[in-house]
Design a protein around this ligand. Structure first.
Ligand code: IPM
Ligand code: MG
Length: 369
């Protein structure tokens, strides 16, 4: 059956293909049991693309991604590529996609599944019931702003530099998404910067404060310095609901938040662009974990961050929240059975990537009957 829902699948490097393969079983399942059909096309990205095509993202892969309704992304990078020139590094493939699709809003939900309370390195009472959303600005700041580079100084030594730059409009558009999210959740927003040290932080605070006055009715806003936020995330994470921050702080704080949930292998993400005239946003969905070269090829990677990225896609790009709920319940069932991939530890049964997915699919089968 044909479908007008087109998904670009980009498994990438390391454990990316392993967790992607398992996640794609969900597409077959949805076609079979829910008559929900997706057209998929698959393209190389990252190191794999460099090996085969000499670039981390071909023009063709980029233009195909621009044509699709959503991109489902795995992971990129690996030690093999460490010495490549900057522009050819696997990560450039990912960053080019984010920039060219203009995916400025990156949603990283950190949710503690009840069976995983014990898997966190933090005390159970600190993380039990945790449900926070980190909203990371994704197309600006130090990741992209000019000037940046490594220059040779007159004495022959070098200087390396980057620029952290945000404009009023960039801060406003991520701020609007933040207020929207807070409104749909518990009405509480924490805006994070370092206005005590950085000019971009001073402007960030100013713009978010103005936006709050003009468009933030009913939202409780607090400002917090990024270093304090990192500390508060491990001290008392449940004080937060939505956290909004720039690209670099969001990168760091989301890794930190991931460990609250038990493992980096549990955190999905959605990267969204602005709505077009029909209200449709470009979007890419990817797990927060990387390519994990240390466990690549062993069949033990946790597929759940990729699975949960897929459920975010069902929700945000395709409006299929019932199916997303069903898969998330099945994930919870799989974890409740005591099954754990090695990154999670604990539990009563150590399982492989495929076995974890078998449990998810079995639970879905039972629910579909
Ligand atoms: C992430 C990753 C990426 C980033 C890397 C792979 C470029 O760490 O999505 O958090 O720094 O944004
Ligand atoms: Mg990161």
């Amino acid at each position: 059956m044909t479908s007008n829902r087109k998904i670009m699948v980009m498994p990438g490097d390391g454990i990316g293909p392993e967790v992607m393969k398992e996640t794609l079983r969900l597409i077959d399942w949805l076609a079979k049991y829910k008559k929900l059909n997706f057209n998929t096309i698959e393209k190389d990205v990252g190191g794999k693309s460099f090996d085969l095509h000499g670039t981390p993202l071909t023009d063709e892969a980029l233009s195909d991604a621009l044509e699709c309704d959503a991109v489902l992304f795995g992971a990129v990078g690996g030690p093999k590529y460490d010495d490549l020139p900057f522009e050819q590094k696997p990560e450039r493939g990912l960053l080019t996609l984010r920039k060219e699709l203009d995916l400025f809003a990156n949603l990283r939900p950190a949710i503690v599944f009840p069976p995983l309370v014990e898997a966190s390195t933090l005390k159970p009472e600190i993380v039990r019931g945790l449900d926070i959303m980190i909203l990371r600005e994704l197309t600006g700041g130090v990741y992209f702003a000019e000037p940046r580079g490594i220059d040779v100084l007159p004495d022959g030594t070098k200087k390396g530099y980057d620029t952290n730059l945000y404009t009023t409009l960039e801060i406003e558009r991520i701020g609007r998404v933040a207020f929207d999210l807070a409104r749909k959740r518990n009405g509480k927003l924490t805006s994070v910067e370092k206005a005590n040290v950085m000019f971009s932080g001073v402007l960030w605070r100013e713009v978010i404060t103005d936006l709050h006055k003009n468009e933030g009715a009913g939202i409780e806003l607090q400002h917090m310095f990024a270093d304090n936020c990192a500390m508060q995330l491990v001290r008392a994470p449940k004080q937060f609901d939505v956290i909004v921050c720039d690209n670099l702080f969001g990168d760091m704080l989301s890794d930190c938040a991931a460990m609250l949930t038990g493992s980096l292998g549990m955190l999905p993400s959605a990267s969204l662009g602005s709505p077009n005239k029909d209200g449709i946003r470009k979007a890419m969905y990817e797990p927060v974990h990387g390519s994990a070269p240390d466990i690549t090829g062993k069949g033990v990677a946790n597929p759940l961050a990729q699975v949960l990225s897929f459920t975010m896609m069902l929700r945000y790009s395709f409006g299929h929240s019932d199916e997303a709920d069903l898969i998330e319940l099945a994930v919870s069932d799989a974890l409740s059975s005591g099954a754990r991939t090695p990154d999670l530890g604990g539990g009563s049964k150590s399982v492989s990537t495929a076995q974890m997915m078998d449990l998810v699919i079995n639970s879905m089968d039972q629910k579909a009957r």
